[in-house]
Write a protein that binds this ligand. Structure first.
Ligand code: BG6
Length: 513
């Protein structure tokens, strides 16, 4: 396969970015993992870009007793881990905006304390816009915190100020629990105040699906069943469950990755063009698409879903343990760490086009991509030269870790009378724009501060995804069978391959790089 280099990027046609208005961010779970690994580093990067706003401050809230100073010390460590060798001096103006309060999440007094602290800090830092409450706590605490925010009126601070609520995934563990959580939220917050995070929507390359599809005319005419043979969406991870065995064993790949990240990517790839780039117009189209997914036939579920669970194996020459011996995991666990699925979309655009989705942990490589395979040419004029079956054009949207787009097409090699090869036209973000991809949380935090819900999931979208998957979860629960075991560091396993090969197609190999 030959490679063609793209020409250098031209001038920006449009470039819009907004500085956050004066906001206070209250992070519940401020001494926890998510705050440390993702939030503080991303906030610092927004700050460095000059977009955080002069008055911004963060009030960390948690069970652990910490002074402001101790919290700042930890935050400094988190920022340095994320931003390399940035100096203490450079971090200081950011760190000085951090405060901390401790208490018991179920005790109203904690929230009264937060309220008093917010009033004091708002005055000191001249914040008059929004209080953003970020739930970076384990999901079982979501309901408790939301109810207390409501009963202490932190959810509706007054005419001039707005409160916003940021909820991490998972949003419920099934349709019923998602509904119950949503009812609690809706008693205290209006949908316009709620920001449900699916961090895949904050990834630059996922957002680029929208620009790619809807800012170009050349793809739309072929983006349908007349020209597309099939679509593959892969999220392969090389990591295992790490320290999250306890949570993961109750969840599994269907709840952890499929119900949210995979269906959201599918929706962006397959939805109809929204009429505008407004949050609700885009979310309307995504929901419409999710509603059009054909319900799974339970009498032949195995033709549409294959589950796997990783066993021991070698990753980069090192032995790793199998899923059932991970800490926090039941040694007889039936929880799936891999899913391969086939689904169809019952609408005019996609009728009959299979969408193959797979995700798994402890696979050979981290590799997330969307592969659009076009139909073959209807007739080969090169039969007499020995080429009756022409390869398909393949368009690949590479989401991570190498971000880019590539398009494969056939071309004549110079010299011989007829010598054809498949060329690959590659666009790589890093080499074209020369920057590292910003962390998804930067985009999401900033959008929440400016009040843009476009990249956040609306409840009807969450609900429809659960409705679609509930029969599958229930069938698996009743079923005695266990997922197929695959060795850690595999690309796939025979039963997952059979799901697609029985249709005469193949999974794309995980990338070598
Ligand atoms: C999370 C899942 O939502 O996404 C994890 O809970 C998974 O299990 C992670 O590892 C993958 O995210 P990313 O950004 O590394 O692809």
């Amino acid at each position: 396969m030959q490679e063609i280099q793209p020409s250098i990027v031209g001038q920006d046609i449009i470039c819009a970015e907004v500085e956050a208005p004066p906001n206070a961010l209250v992070v519940f779970g401020a001494s926890g993992d998510l705050t440390h690994r993702k939030l503080l580093g991303s906030l610092f990067q927004i700050f460095e870009r000059g977009l955080l706003g002069e008055q911004f401050y963060l009030l960390g809230a948690g069970r652990k007793k910490l002074s402001d100073e101790a919290f700042r010390q930890r935050a400094q460590g988190a920022v340095q881990e994320k931003s390399g060798n940035v100096s203490v001096k450079a971090i200081k103006p950011f760190i000085d905006r951090l405060y901390y309060i401790s208490g018991d999440y179920s005790n109203t007094l904690f929230y009264e304390g937060i309220k008093a602290k917010l009033a004091e800090l708002d005055k000191k830092r001249k914040v008059n816009s929004s209080h953003i409450f970020y739930l970076a706590v384990p999901p079982f605490l979501y309901g408790t915190i939301v109810e207390r925010l409501g009963s202490t009126e932190l959810s509706c601070p007054g005419e001039k100020q707005r409160a916003r609520l940021v909820v991490e995934k998972p949003f419920g563990r099934d349709l019923q629990s998602a509904g119950e959580l949503n009812d609690k939220i809706r008693r205290c917050f209006d949908e316009s105040q709620v920001y449900r995070i699916d961090h895949y929507l904050g990834k630059e390359t996922v957002q680029n699906i929208l620009v790619f599809r809807f800012a170009n005319t050349i793809f739309e005419p072929v983006w349908n069943r007349n020209y597309i043979d099939s679509v593959q969406i892969t999220i392969a991870e090389s990591i295992g469950v790490e320290h999250r065995g306890g949570y993961y064993d109750q969840a599994g790949a269907l709840r952890d990755m499929f119900q949210n990240h995979m269906l959201q990517m599918l929706a962006l790839v397959a939805m109809e063009p929204p009429t505008s780039f407004e949050a609700d117009r885009l979310r309307d189209e995504k929901v419409k698409l999710l509603r059009s997914i054909q319900p799974f036939r339970l009498d032949e579920l195995d033709r549409f879903f294959v589950r796997g669970q990783y066993g021991p194996g070698l990753i980069n020459g090192e032995e790793v343990i199998g899923y059932r011996t991970e800490s926090g995991v039941d040694p007889r666990s039936k929880t799936e760490t891999f899913i391969a699925a086939k689904l169809f979309i019952d609408n005019w655009r996609w009728k009959g086009v299979p969408f193959y989705l797979r995700t798994g942990k402890r696979l050979r490589k981290k590799d997330t991509e969307i592969v659009i395979t076009f139909k073959k040419v209807p007739h080969s004029m090169f039969v007499s030269a020995g080429l009756g079956d022409m390869p398909s054009n393949v368009l690949i949207l590479q989401i991570q870790p190498e971000e880019g787009i590539s398009l494969g097409f056939q071309a004549k090699r110079p010299g011989s009378k007829i010598c054809m090869s498949t060329l690959n036209m590659n666009f790589n973000y890093r080499s074209v724009f020369g920057v590292d991809m910003p962390e998804a949380y930067q985009r999401l935090l900033l959008d929440c501060m400016v009040g843009d819900q476009t990249l956040f999931t609306r409840y009807d979208g969450v609900e429809i995804a659960w409705q679609l998957l509930m029969p599958v979860l229930e069938a698996w629960q009743k079923d005695d069978s266990v997922p197929y075991e695959y060795a850690a560091s595999s690309d796939s396993f025979p039963e997952a391959d059979a799901l697609i090969e029985s249709d005469g197609r193949k999974w794309r190999k995980l990338r070598e790089v």
